[in-house]
Ligand binder design. Structure first.
Ligand SMILES: Cc1cc2nc3c(=O)[nH]c(=O)nc-3n(C[C@H](O)[C@H](O)[C@H](O)COP(=O)(O)O)c2cc1C
Length: 433
């Protein structure tokens, strides 16, 4: 287990009661990285329009849905949550035979809600070979990259975890949108990341994390990568190297012993209500103390989390639910739907999440753990599951917040899983408004 690549990174970025007191986060506002990437104005832009289904599909994957202003700083909040609202990821896509887009390679410019055409593609040209696909594909191919310093600026070396969880949320947004767009999707972690990074001119400031396919073979021709790549553009402005993050990325680029998941999730959401949940999603900031969830709500969340995630590298993620308050169920720790320890652990769960007091008022605190080996894939899977929890909670009229800060070893010990990595936590419950 300890030979697993990525494990060493995870071990060295654990929080403990002592570490958060010895190394508090300090922000250097003078050297704040740019929160959004933009290519030069000379590239053609397509404004995403409400009337076009493919445009809406793209917009739902991280488009801006709200703005929050504080003295000296504005945050543009998106369909996806992000640790510290720092949004350390970018979305690129290839469109072929898709209404609303010329065939080409695009960057989603979040700030202007536009798709920037970086390069047109010919009939057999495209990024398919980087995804180990032989034939040109009709539809959308998605590529998620990370200008990771946006997050490392605040969270230092622990930021690689957040870039992966945030990327998982973007994959979750692709899943949620594909349900509306009526197109199957599957995730590719085993893409040729090295080749993609080179093609897009990325240096140490940005790297690809994953990709997803919402497309079908178009012709029987052989797809070929275009002979000239994409111009390099600095995504962050300010930058500081992190040898630990750069090594963790290099070590986790290649995958080992992957199990493919061919299954596809079956959801039965009312489409219009689902669309509203996607665009209205926010993180809960306070829960209504004393109000619990019903058995039906708890079971629906558990069932949604059990649904398969189609990918080429499915890693095991164990889900523990600390049920703090319920109208009609015994409270305690559940593994899936099974009660494994009865009792009121609300205060304990909040303590474990770095004493974030609002967690004690939540009805459920989820902890996601893994003993798997493909770190890049398993963290993104945890983020995707987190996105399902957010959206399904919204659908059930409950609030949700991701929790990336917890005392790693104490959580694992408490759950009796000393050897497992704690990847993510989420608090869910009726919101205090
Ligand atoms: C990976 C991740 C970790 C997060 N960790 C915390 C946390 O520890 N505490 C918290 O209050 N919110 C946390 N959040 C929620 C973010 O603060 C929130 O998503 C961000 O401020 C944007 O707001 P929005 O989700 O309402 O759009 C986390 C979100 C993500 C995706």
């Amino acid at each position: 287990m300890n030979n697993c690549l990525g494990r060493e990174y995870h071990e060295s970025t654990k929080h403990s009661w002592l570490s958060v007191r010895q190394h508090p986060n300090r922000l250097d506002w003078e050297n704040r990285p740019s929160p959004m990437k933009s290519y030069p104005r000379r590239y053609p832009r397509i404004r995403l329009e409400k009337e076009c289904p493919a445009h809406i599909f793209i917009y739902h994957i991280g488009g801006i849905t709200a703005k929050k202003s504080y003295p000296g700083v504005e945050y543009y909040l998106r369909t996806v949550p992000s640790a510290g609202a720092l949004y350390p990821n970018e979305l690129y896509f290839q469109a072929r035979g898709v209404e609303g887009f010329k065939d080409g390679i695009y960057h989603f410019e979040v700030g202007s809600s536009s798709a920037v055409l970086l390069r047109s593609i010919g009939k057999d040209e495209g990024l398919e070979p980087f995804l180990r696909l032989r034939h040109p594909m009709r539809g959308l191919l998605f590529f998620i990259s990370s200008p990771w310093y946006r997050s490392a600026w605040k969270y230092k070396d622990r930021a690689f975890r957040y870039t992966l969880l945030d990327a998982g949320h973007l994959l979750g947004a692709i899943e949620a949108g594909s349900y509306l767009y009526k197109h199957a999707y599957r995730i590719t972690y085993a893409a040729d990341l090295e080749g993609l990074n080179r093609f897009f001119g990325f240096r140490e400031r940005e790297f690809f994390l994953s990709s997803a396919i919402a497309a079908v073979p178009d012709t029987q021709g052989e797809a070929v990568v275009p002979d000239s790549g994409i111009e390099q553009v600095d995504p962050v402005g300010a930058f500081e190297a992190s040898p630990l993050i750069e090594r963790a990325y290099r070590e986790t680029m290649t995958l080992h012993g992957c199990r493919k998941e061919p299954g596809f999730p079956r959801f039965a959401f009312h489409k219009e209500a689902w669309r509203e949940v996607i665009v209205k999603r926010r993180s809960a900031r306070a829960f209504s103390a004393g109000k619990g969830v019903t058995r039906a709500q708890f079971q629906m969340l558990a069932e949604i989390l059990e649904q398969p995630i189609p990918s080429d590298c499915d890693e095991p993620v164990e889900i523990y639910a600390v049920l703090n308050r319920s109208t009609d169920m015994p409270i305690g720790i559940y593994s899936g739907k099974k009660l494994i320890r009865e009792g009121d652990f609300a205060k304990k769960a909040a303590y474990l999440c770095l004493e974030q007091s609002f967690v004690a008022d939540s009805a459920i605190t989820f902890f996601l753990l893994s003993g798997g080996c493909n770190y890049r894939a398993l963290c993104q899977k945890a983020g995707l599951l987190g996105h399902r929890v957010y959206l399904a909670s919204g659908y059930l009229g409950l609030g949700c917040s991701g929790i990336g800060a917890y005392y790693d070893d104490e959580v694992a010990d408490w759950l009796g899983r000393k050897d497992a990595m704690v990847l993510y936590a989420l608090a869910v419950g009726p919101e205090e408004r």
